[in-house]
Design a protein around this ligand. Sequence first.
Ligand code: NAD
Length: 399
Amino acid sequence: MSQYANTLGKILEVSSFLEKEKSFFDFLKVPEKTIHVNFPVKLDNGQTIYLNGFRVIHSRKRGPSKGGVRFSECVNMEEVKLLALLMTLKCSLLELPYGGGKGGVVINTRNLSENEIEGVTRGFVRGIFDDIGPQKDIPAPDMYTNSKTMDIATDEYQKLSGSKTYATFTGKSIENKGLEGRTESTAFGGYVCARNYFKDLKGLKVNLQGLGNAGGIIGKYLVDAGAKIICASDSKGSIYNENGLDFEEILKLKKSGRSVALYNQEHETLDNDDFLEKNCDLLVLAANDNVINSSNHKKVKGKVILELANGPINFDSEDFQEMKGKVVIPDILANSGGVVASYLEWKDNLEDKKSSKDQTLEYLDKQISKVFTEVKKTSESLNISLRKAAYIQSLKNLI
Ligand code: NAD
């Protein structure tokens, strides 16, 4: 069975809690549209290469499709289809007027110049041009794409369409009609979930995996609210101090391009595998997918796990006995801040407005808190996991 079918099967297990027949959700089984483009890019040495790119419009039941574009040599149509399905569910859960989409170009940008990456971006936009637009499909950044990519994509779209709209892409730079607070939005949304769950974060012991855009920023929000980061980890290693680490110092170290493993000899250093075995009140996973899986789920110690990364807990692991006593705040909700902020950026662009950072964060707080409360209520009343409750909520909004 494909990963897509397997994932959808798991999601649809909750349809027994809904008034609709399972077959009502058949529209989720196959994406509305899959686009495969092959386009030329001229390299700096004059050579022309041809790249494969994908865009999947999974569903537009709630509105234009929304989802990121990744540049990665590993990306393939199956992966993009699965991610687009999950975007349909995430947008629906957060009550956004969007369906789900996702895209990717098969390329390792590390070996390309700025000029060549610009060529990749423009070539991909030309390839998918007929299917994108403010009311059709609205791409955003994802792995190895960023605000600069979205600025270039917007420029190419404007040239091709002759329109002045900025609402075809979100995640643009502030100077190019991007949104104040977009950078913080994913981490802020995760923090809002943690605050809603625990109510009081003072003295809460947190283990934090990943110190990039998502992890570094949520760490700061948690510490500002009184929590203690006792264990922090990046790709090179982990450090631990049960009395709490100086998070400002860690961020300074990361800014200077160094690993937390080099932080301070007074702290215990750990291998990344040992990181999961340290007791804590909250484990925040903000690095990779498939971090907790059948090889290690028995050792995981956090009482509550917040999935800021996409898919950090292997789908089957959550069902294991050892994991059952734990509360998992699922990715579909925990990292939804980015797409909620994208919605504000798109709306601002359509209405020619500019939300302030405070307005952005206030909106995120209100919307994510509301959905979190509903999901928690469903989970308690039906005695099911927050993930299952989130799927119920999401499917309900698709009826
Ligand atoms: P990033 O590249 O900025 O940071 C990733 C961090 O993870 C780095 O600190 C890296 O050192 C660390 N890391 C990598 N491998 C590790 C390992 N084996 N053990 C411990 N740490 C490791 O990425 P990001 O933007 O912070 O995204 C992190 C995750 O959050 C990804 O799964 C991403 O899909 C998800 N996410 C991010 C956003 C966003 O807006 N940034 C939105 C939704 C989901």
